[in-house]
Design a protein around this ligand. Sequence first.
Ligand SMILES: [Zn+2]
Length: 868
Amino acid sequence: MAAMRVGPLTLILGMTVLAAQQSVRQPEPGVSETLAVARAHRISDVHYTVALRIPSSREERVSGTETISFALTDANTPVILDFAPDKAGRLEGIRIGGNALTAEQVNGHIAIPATAIHTGVNQVELTFEAGDTPLNRSSDFLYTIFVPARAHEAFPCFDQPDLKARWTLSLDVPDDWQVLANGAESARSSAGGRTVVHFDETQPIPTYLFAFAAGKFFVETAERNGRTFRMFHRETDAAKVARNKDAIFDLHAAALEWLERYTGIPYPFGKFDFLLVPSFQFGGMEHPGAIFYNASGLLLDPSATQNELLGRASVISHETTHMWFGDLVTMRWFTDVWMKEVFANYMAAKIVNPSFPGINHELRFLLSYYPSAYDVDRTAGSNAIRQPLANLAEAGTLYGAIIYQKAPIVMRQLETLVGSEAFRDGLREYLRRYSYSNASWTDLISLLDSRTPEDLAEWSHAWVDEPGRPVISTELQVTNGKIARLAFVQRDPISARGLTWTERMQVAIGREGSVTSVPVELNGGHAEVPAAVGMAAPEFVLPNGGGIAYGEFHLDPHSRDWLLHHVPEIADALTRGAAWVTLWDAMLDGEAQPADLVSLALQALPREKDEQNVQRILGYSTQAYWKFLSPDARQRVGAPLERAFRAGLAAAPTASLKGAWFNALRDLASSADTLGWLTNVWSEREQVPGLVLSETDYIRLAEELAVREPADADRILNEQAARIKNPDRKAQFAFVRPAISADAATRDAWFASLANPANRRREPWVLEGLRYLHHPLRAASAVHYIAPSLDMLQEIQRTGDIFFPKRWMDATLGGHQSASAAAIVRGFLDRVPPAYPDRLRRIILSSADDLFRAASMTGDTRPSGRGN
Ligand SMILES: [Zn+2]
């Protein structure tokens, strides 16, 4: 019983308890880990009964009553509820056991005094006006987004993921509104133009998954495998709904069936509804029984590209996977939020495969995860997959490409390391053991560790707890026309850290049109490849040729040179895709020129047969063109690129591929000839054979034309405004339009209006406007928006949803390549005080990475921002 001994350990424990008590008396704003741990320790068995009255006018407040019941093991200190509404909300009354109570409100919390509570079950009754911000109110609908800890901006609650609760909700709404929530509807009554809808009590779920929506929605119902699905939406184009709905229901049913089989656990949440939200701020949000999606990701146009078709299947599988990974078993704290995201993306990749038998799925895994992960992981702003988090107010900054794209790559390695059966069995045990409860990464790793001889803790440290990627160089010696030695050497880009990564690679060795794949295990500083010794001198050696290895690859000079001229000659599509990903990195590192990649693209595009590779090459060409070529160089390659894109559009065998070519041409277009043709297409004087354009296509086309034809901009935008039929798209267009205006004062006024948080609430609209404001053609006149946008970032993080800070910076910097723009960002980072949040500094560094590199390419003498 060493705990009795008085020593340093007791002292530390004493201080922790003291700190915890202080934090309970005077809790800081947001939800701190200290507060959450203290609460989870003494509070359990939470039930919320919430009744909300939602007025038809968004100017009127949403009012509510609530009963929170919970069991308490320790009643010596006040119980802290979280409630931090915007100015629309306030606490009106609080009662315990029928008696009114005065409770102190501090820093967005309500302290229920110890005198009013007791051990055992307590019941607190509250009346309040709800805060508006997380209710996303429009004139005739609203929907909640409570992730990561925004429920308490609407109503009082324990806003942390490990106090799961059962919820009983009722909504009082205008008669002509539809409603959905986590639970199934149990009863309804109507009187005086209003309807009260009651919902069944939910399974235990955390606050961030509690959800409801109400408003003027259409409802489609379908049966699949004996289950009823309901789709709520606001799309007025009936043909568009009819064209898409069966695929949407089928994809949900297929995902559910796959997950039930893989996990061995039936769908855990009863009914299954989903809502398609116009301009939703995420791709989807996994509320059990009531998934919310971005409407445009599911209701596709006839011009949808293969990436969009695959993207729809993926987002449906992703959110459906969350019903088990995240919803049934939830992280204890948001430091492990990546766990639910990695499983959602990783399982989604497995689920989608059978629905798209014609797709090269290895290539898809490579192209959908590696480039996006590298875009962050190569930068000085990268972060580890697993990050500490002191307060949920900062949870938004955890989200990004590292958890969505790098983590699935790491998870595939883990599955390879453990073996797919042991991996699945470990996951099944994890899901069973922690059902309707919470678990952490360590809980899972210890379950898997017992199933493998590998040291998973050490593996996990390099891949999960640290940022960045290994720098891997090829050492190739050829003597007398044969390979004398082949080796791969790794080093840590942060030399002082000295990390060594363990990974399995499939190295592609190419000779005379054929590719040999050689497995290589990289364990220490370098790995020799004896199997390659004696092979005929190769045309190229590509360490990630099998699409598996992750890192910053430096090819041997011969291979790099060969690939820069001959990628289209490689027969295997996956190897070609991997070569492109590696050459893009080489360009960013200065080992190849942007113009070299454009030349390679011009050579590859007419020959490339794989649709995924076509889209990737189109994307790289367009990025190289706008971000890394000088305006003079653009002049030189613009015409041949446009010609190649138009030829590709004409020759494309499928509508999805035509869509991809058309989008690329629209985004690149600058010649009078192409602009004239696009104008004819936009005004419907000409058709694109084999491609049906939708309202969203015409809107986008009008916007792109307006940026390029300032003299005609007003006419184009006026005519487009008159053509839009759907009310949500009309509102979005009206919002974005001033940002596209040819008049600088109008653009300035639009940007100035973003200082008001209310004008930033529709985040996708804001981002669309910012991208036009900073369009490369207008970069010089947009430089003056960069400094104020950087100044606003802290507030953006406080008021915006989880993805907004990074996207705000990406949209602000994405169109710039000048030394003056880079200098503004560096100046800002030099000037901010040491206390400036490290996470925001990293967001800026990662969003500015391309800009820094481009500025150094176009003559800036500053260092390019490489290395951590
Ligand atoms: Zn997710």
